[in-house]
Design a protein around this ligand. Structure first.
Ligand SMILES: [Zn+2]
Length: 260
């Protein structure tokens, strides 16, 4: 399979499991584990068997895995304090507890890994386009600041593989939602690009990576602590699951983060 390593990402191949990791988060590998899985396996469809192999490779405890049963494209973020907690219908989880690993599922939506190395806090965020419009990245960072007294200057956010501006083509109605929500940022000329007209409908391309980055900068994060994967799931459809490509049959890439 093609290697997706780049200046921010390391593509790991370990026996029958394969995943991506952020080089920045690997600097803290004695305190933190994380990954973003590839198409090499659909970790959902095998009663956890492949998850177990994955967890073995990551040296994580499979029994402390926490999944969100239903990700609902909201901007809701929940704090988890023990592994017995069954998350509500939310799209983001945060904790300061070691050993609990958050596992969220993605096919084109944006995964955001949050880590405060000073206060030792993690977050795993599912930011689909609706979650992005709902500013879930900001909701999560605000919650971490409020509940754990984090300094935003310490917080690291890694924006994982997702559908890039090159492929996130939308109609006028969705374009208008982005335009109206983020016009205050004064970067609409950068986040919205006019595309072709198809079957009489004007198309537009949206840059959700830049929106998320800008929202995180607004929260007081340092520019160098916001890291993008620079990997588009559609451009790399041979390696990563993509809803745009596979529609209802699409598998899911899994984003995992855990304090260790
Ligand atoms: Zn693309």
């Amino acid at each position: 399979m093609k290697d997706l390593s780049n200046e921010n990402i390391l593509h790991i191949k370990d026996g029958n499991v394969e995943y991506l990791q952020f080089r920045k988060l690997l600097e803290y590998k004695n305190k933190l584990q994380h990954c973003y899985t590839t198409r090499c396996d659909n970790y959902e469809e095998d009663n956890g068997r492949n998850y177990k192999n994955l967890y073995k490779s990551l040296h994580l405890d499979y029994s402390k895995l926490i999944k969100i049963k239903e990700q609902i494209h909201s901007n809701l973020v929940q704090r988890i304090d023990n592994k017995e907690t069954e998350p509500d219908k939310v799209d983001g989880l945060i904790t300061n507890k070691k050993g609990i690993s958050f596992s969220l599922r993605f096919a084109d939506c944006t995964p955001i890994y949050i880590y405060d190395p000073v206060k030792n806090i993690i977050g795993n965020i599912h930011s689909g386009w609706k979650g992005t419009v709902g500013k879930i990245a900001q909701v999560a960072v605000k919650k971490i600041i409020k509940e754990y007294n984090s300094n935003p200057k310490d917080i690291i956010c890694c924006i994982g593989p997702a559908i890039g501006k090159c492929h996130f083509e939308v109609d006028e109605d969705v374009k208008n939602i982005f335009e109206n929500t983020f016009s205050y940022m004064n970067i609409n000329h950068k986040i919205i690009e006019k595309g072709e007209e198809k079957e009489g409908k004007q198309k537009y391309f949206i840059d959700t990576n830049l929106i998320n980055r800008t929202m995180l900068e607004e929260m007081g994060l340092q520019k160098e602590n916001i890291i993008e994967s620079n990997i588009c799931t559609v451009c790399n459809k041979d390696v990563l699951h993509s809803y745009r490509i596979d529609k209802e049959k699409a598998g899911r890439n899994t984003a995992i983060i855990s304090l260790i």
